[in-house]
Design a binder for this molecule. Sequence first.
Ligand code: URA
Length: 417
Amino acid sequence: MDLQAAIGRRRDGGPSTAEDFQNLAHGAADGSTPDYQLSAWLMAAFLNPLTPSETAELTLAMADSGERLDLSGLPKPWVDKHSTGGVGDKTSLVVLPMLAACGLTVVKMSGRGLGITGGTIDKLSSVPGFRTDLSPEELKAQAKSIGIALTGQTPRLAPADKALYALRDATGTVESIPLIASSILSKKIAGGAEVIVLDVKCGSGAFMRDLESARALKQMLEDIGGHAGLTVRAFISDMDQPLGRCAGNALEVKEAIRVLKGETGRFRELCVHCVRTVLEACGLPDRAVEVLEGGSALAKAKEWFAAQGGDLTVFESEDWGRAAVVREVRAAQAGWVERVDARRIGELVVNLGGGRKRKEDAIDPAVGCEVLVEVGDQVRAGDAVLRVHSASVFEDGEDCVIFSAEPVVRRDVILES
Ligand code: URA
């Protein structure tokens, strides 16, 4: 499909026509538009952002570039969650089994890593055997039997997003509110859920660096979701420091399992908030802590991993997916932790091989970074603050943590609910 005229219209500031969006979505989905034209359109849309009504049209065109999953016959409510992307964000690995343990049906389509932000699919792919390519029929059957099913972007559901997402990652066109909103919501619409909770990340490790732009993305997600007939709740959470202790694929799966087994901290707090928000949106009582503490979320996670072919021994021991070299970065001075720069940690993980620089790059699932301190912690000179897991000797990471001689106030994980 030739996109030349549509590219010109976007380059000149729009408006784009409904036909432009349909041609773009179909050409991306069936491969008939070359990558160079799609990339040119994306850059034009990055520089001349779509209006809210154009974003809604693009979202629907992308959602309809493939099938829409029909969840009828499955127990209600049908729910889903999505984050706008961050460093160390393994929330889905804990929240999905918590929601299913509460009796909800969760069918989710997740992405690969994008820029410095990790992707749920890359994290789960670090688990030996775990399948992330379920067909719509398999998704539905699995959700019917255990309440939870997850797949990567498939050629049948919102295939336009799969193609555009990979190109945005490689063309510097990720950080656009209309492109993020249409990417997320097209997948949600195609996935069939009726109630969707969105975690809008804000800070150096997120696409939205400040509260103002996070609020604008939240508003756009709520408006377009509502326009598409979905119940959407969104909240803003901190991504100025990485979420939890680990960034890197296998390391994050191990951390998620520890939280399902009872580990506490900011990451668990976010998971509980997310589940409470879904339950509240569905008009159901709050059981978030109960399913974690009673072990039913952990049991559901095991059922889920087993159903998708994942090796269940990952729940018994952390002796898998280990990197060859582990090095500690130490505090150069005594004081308080002022910053753990999520962006720097994200870049470090990508440079270690835990993320992609080009869309065809392979991921090393074992590499990553353990963050041993949080903003506000007191440290002595020489205390270990990071543990860098790499495939070979790798001297980097010294500038990820910044210290202050004065006490520093801790940051809340939920910035606006
Ligand atoms: N998550 C998505 O699914 N798409 C984006 O564009 C950003 C985050």
